[in-house]
Design a binder for this molecule. Structure first.
Ligand code: G
Ligand code: G
Ligand code: MN
Ligand code: NA
Length: 254
């Protein structure tokens, strides 16, 4: 209860912040987007990882106002960068399953896009396979509405969920994000290399975009590029950073 109250206050008192991690096109050596990653700057505990508080936010339902806050602020930030004449990058925002159970997720997203004036093509939403199978009927309907607006949807942590591949036919998915647990060992571990190869080929055959997460070395980047997987994200390029640092390092100097 104490933690829950503190989290509730965090939202109220501006203790939540968004870090951004660049998504790179390795072929053109440009930044194409950022992923918004929530942080809690706790007054006494310091920076608390979302791994610690998202589960509580989900249990208590606080994820609904928190998720809305993340979405609104991420869209505002990207729109501000666009207005400044920076490269037209996209933003990827993580959605939790509870947000699909909320009253009117589609209406909320639509109204945020309208208020922030961000063009829908620059908003990407990330969901996991487990979220898709949890409430597949309502999730499918909401995803179709979101796609109708021009928003694209990515499957996060692809390959780690407990789901069949059949949903890729029925759900309006644009992108597979290869989970970092596969990418991290592609050089040393033949099995992870094989899984990564297979995901890339699956995406290519289904005409989906594919992005590799958790790229930490040049060797991993070269491995992926050799298989025409050029979209990458990971510490090799950049850690998640404050908005000001992204603008300074990646956006303003071209
Ligand atoms: O940034 P980091 O790797 O520590 O994130 C840990 C986990 O928290 C990841 O699984 C990430 O998807 C999740 N996460 C980060 N930001 C958000 C957010 O705004 N909403 C939701 N639902 N999950 C998030
Ligand atoms: O689950 P999701 O993919 O949304 O979360 C991404 C998480 O991965 C974030 O917590 C982010 O900080 C972390 N991350 C991003 N790049 C790397 C990386 O290169 N290596 C590792 N170990 N973690 C990363
Ligand atoms: Mn993600
Ligand atoms: Na992921």
């Amino acid at each position: 209860v104490k933690f829950e109250n503190a989290l509730y206050k965090a939202l109220d008192q501006n203790e939540l912040m968004i870090y951004y991690q660049p998504q790179i096109n390795y072929e053109t050596n440009t930044i194409v987007g950022v992923e918004a990653l929530l942080r809690w700057n706790h007054p006494t505990e310091g920076m608390v990882s979302p791994d610690e508080f998202i589960p509580i936010a989900e249990e208590t339902g606080l994820i609904v106002p928190i998720g809305e806050w993340v979405l609104r602020n991420a869209c505002l930030q990207i729109k501000e960068w666009h207005r400044k004449g920076f490269p037209l990058i996209s933003v990827s925002v993580n959605l939790s399953v509870r947000q699909f159970e909320q009253d009117n997720l589609f209406g909320m997203v639509k109204s945020i896009l309208k208020k922030t004036e961000l063009a829908p093509e620059y908003l990407h939403l990330e969901v996991t396979e487990n979220q898709i199978i949890k409430n597949s009927d309502i999730t499918l309907k909401t995803m179709e509405q979101l796609k109708g607006l021009g928003i694209s949807i990515a499957i996060d942590d692809f390959g780690t969920g407990y789901s069949s591949l059949g949903y890729l036919k029925n759900f309006p998915i644009s992108t597979l994000k290869i989970d970092k647990s596969f990418v991290q060992d592609i050089i040393q571990d033949e099995d992870n290399a094989a899984i990564t190869n297979t995901i890339i080929t699956l995406a290519q055959n289904l005409h989906l975009n594919v992005i590799a997460e958790g790229v930490e070395t040049k060797e991993q980047a070269e491995f992926l590029a050799a298989r025409s997987c050029y979209l990458m994200q990971g510490y090799y390029f950049s850690r998640p950073m404050k908005a000001e640092d992204i603008a300074e390092l990646y956006l303003s100097c071209g």
